[in-house]
Design a protein around this ligand. Structure first.
Ligand code: PMP
Length: 367
């Protein structure tokens, strides 16, 4: 950089032109996990058998990276329809991760004076993306004892704020619980705008709103392939009536799903049974890990229908324990300070039996 261009000049320009709400945000921070047992990001810990890997790599040889991808991603869309039990008549929209779909929804229904409503603590991207597009965000507190919905408060907030969009994660992140189906139906019926049921953790529960899409004019269901074991591909899907999808699709950047993702996801979804057995194993390990955590004095795990468990540590010690676990080679997520009802909480992703044992050993050592 030329010496004449001084930092003060740049800072003055940044100060003048970057939108105030963006300046307020901090960039999404992903901690370095090198060399650590990674139980912080809800990934599937299992890889593929060598044979399958070779078959996949052979397929990738045939992909032309000099060409733009299929703009409609037709083959992978058909594979997702089969794999995710999309009801007949519903349409799919694909995103570069479901994060991108949240952004497309906000761009389609948002704008100044419009509101996104969700629950707190909930998935952070709903409020972050509201900021990106200049929308208001209203987070209705969950009941602090068990992270259940406070339905009267939600109904009241919807009445007051008339949200264009309501996001509810089912199961919820970071608490891991499923909200009451009846209460969610009540919310869908009362909402003035769209309700998105975010089923990112669908592989770890039998509950779903997918089959109800045709029952309510304002219901959309969002899924991702991330948690089943394809987080690196970045592929999410939004499912709903074609009238909605047609509009939201207008905010999609052309070719948002790259050729490698399209080919790889279509291939992977052809091996659904392998993913089902991996996620089935994670469900079993979740129970084992939960019971082991329950048996430790002074901490409290919350029941989970997802591939992670929220755990309350002894008062005032979560950050220190998080650091000490890291020293012991295990990376988990510290949520202490993220929200008042998450004080003293860590979130542990369910790993392989060996990873979970290493975590439990480290935890008993540092407690
Ligand atoms: N929804 C929820 C509830 C999540 O927890 C996450 C990821 N942590 C996402 C959506 C985003 O998933 P992705 O962008 O990987 O599809």
């Amino acid at each position: 950089m030329k010496e004449s261009m001084n930092t003060q000049q740049i800072e003055a320009l940044v100060e003048r032109w970057v939108r105030p709400e963006i300046k307020e945000l901090s960039a999404y921070h992903v901690p370095d996990a090198s060399g650590l047992i990674k139980l912080d990001a809800m990934e599937n810990p299992y890889t593929w058998p060598q044979e399958l890997r070779s078959e996949w790599l052979e397929l990738l040889r045939t992909v032309d990276v000099n060409r733009y991808p299929d703009p409609q991603a037709s083959a992978v869309t058909a594979a997702l329809e089969r794999s995710m039990g999309v009801p007949a008549g519903a349409r799919l929209l694909l995103g570069n991760g479901s994060d991108e779909l949240i952004q497309m929804l906000a761009m389609t229904l948002g704008g100044p004076g419009r509101t996104i409503l969700s629950v707190d603590p909930g998935f952070v991207m709903y409020s972050v993306i509201a900021k990106f597009v200049g929308m208001e965000y209203v987070g209705v507190p969950l009941r602090s004892a068990d992270f259940c919905l406070d339905t009267p408060a939600l109904l009241q907030a919807m009445d007051q704020h008339q949200p264009a969009l309501v996001f509810l994660a089912y199961p919820n992140n970071p608490s891991g619980n499923l909200f009451s189906e009846q209460e969610l139906l009540q919310i869908i019926q009362a909402a003035p705008g769209v309700v998105v049921i975010d089923e990112a953790y669908a592989p770890f529960t039998d509950a779903s709103f997918m089959s109800r899409i045709g029952d309510y004019p304002n219901l959309l269901v969002m899924r991702t392939v991330s948690k089943m074991g394809l987080a690196g591909l970045r592929l999410g899907l939004l499912v709903g009536a074609s009238e909605w999808i047609e509009q939201i699709d207008k905010t999609r950047l052309p070719y948002n799903i790259n050729v490698l993702t399209q080919a790889s996801a279509e291939f992977a979804l052809g091996h659904q049974e392998m993913f089902d057995s991996q996620t089935g194993e994670i469900r079993k390990q979740r129970t084992i890990l939960f019971n082991a955590l329950m048996a430790i004095d002074g901490i409290k795990p919350f029941p989970s229908d997802a591939n992670f468990i929220l755990v309350r540590m002894p008062k005032g010690r979560a950050q220190e324990i998080h650091g000490a676990l890291r020293e012991q080679g295990v990376l988990v997520k510290c949520l202490d300070g993220a929200h008042s009802s998450l004080s003293d909480c860590l979130r542990i992703t369910v790993g392989t039996p060996e990873e979970n044992s290493s975590f439990l050993q480290a935890l008993t050592k540092v407690l």
